[in-house]
Design a protein around this ligand. Sequence first.
Ligand code: URA
Length: 439
Amino acid sequence: MIPARVIERKRDGHAIEPGVLAEFLDAYLRGEVPDYQMSAFLMAAYLRGLDDAETDVLVLRMLESGRTLDLSALPGPRVDKHSTGGVGDKVSLALAPLVAALDVFVPMMAGRGLGHTTGTLDKLEAIPGFTTDVSLARFVEILRRVGCAMIGQTAEIAPLDKRLYALRDVTGTVSAIPLLAASIMSKKLAEGLDGLLLDVKVGAGAFIPEEERAHELARKMVAIGSARGLRTVALLTAMDRPLGHAIGNGLETAEAISCLRGDGPEDLRELVLTQAGEMLRLGYPDVAPEEARRRAERGLDSGEALERFRTLVEAQGGDARVIDEPERLKTAAVRRDVVTDRAGVVLEVGPRALGEGVIALGGGRTMMHQPIHPGVGFEVLVAPGDAVDPGTRIGVVHARDEAGGRAGEEVLRGTVRLGEAGEAAPPPLALVGRRIAAG
Ligand code: URA
């Protein structure tokens, strides 16, 4: 295998023979192919694509570059979920304890903020003391005791993906469908799961906004999982507007807790219940969809899911008092109400600019390992279709200082697009769209 020939073949649009691709990837992991050659290959793959056989090789080399968890000793099915990332997407925080309360183990390996989106790990760390940096042995112990545990990707899981991901992040090659699919699925296959739910976001705030391409990503991931005996289901869900009202790590954690209390925005509750029903059925395929939904509603409304979350927070070192006293979450110094100065109708709430606004407020990273301010962000109090009058509060900016508050106000005003009274807002995407399963 000569690395330059592999790059040239992909550059010219040819498929790489599986054995040769495997050798190329393994040589990279051993340090025998440098980053500059791998970067060139990734760009060629981004532009020319990878066929199914090549994608399979990539998944397998990533998976086999690290450990696979053996969770078969747990007394129940193991099911995880992965979201491709959206603005205000705090579903996992409420979903994992709810599904654990339904007797399904949820070994969740989650991510940090990526691009314009916040990440589950950063949201959890808005809880004072909460640590997501635990050993695999401790992860399994918490999982056994609580029913769910939430950590980041460890060095032992798919290290080839970890290295390739870091390169993709800085070479403009993240959003290629085969690269995304292989990266996500290699880590999930390493978790030793019985089932996997994929939440594939669609719309302006998603990494892949176009529905057809999002559908292709979903199909590819379902095919990869199913080919390896992992029951995999994907849902396309709306990201043409933010999910819920809160955007920003600590604010989203507070909103997830209010969802666990049976309050909170309706779209968040609906997505949590839909996904919980799917995960229950991935764990217990004989349960009918209506029964799964009923059990999910009962788990949420009885407070069982909230109590699971309390146990999880304690097990991972967090201050569980935040559950009853959300003001104990890390907060920002300045709160600034934003009101309209005219009457009209809300035509659009742009998710991407709000996500980028959180980063500008200091709540996300522009460089790896940068510290973040968990309390900053936005509460958005209007949705497309809402009528407003002069003085209607459209949102609240949470910032570190007055200058941040003013800058945040500009962002919020820019993302809430107002039309004339009586004007119709464009039809929103369905909150839950297509469902993709094997077969
Ligand atoms: N998350 C992943 O795990 N991999 C990607 O490539 C993008 C998001």
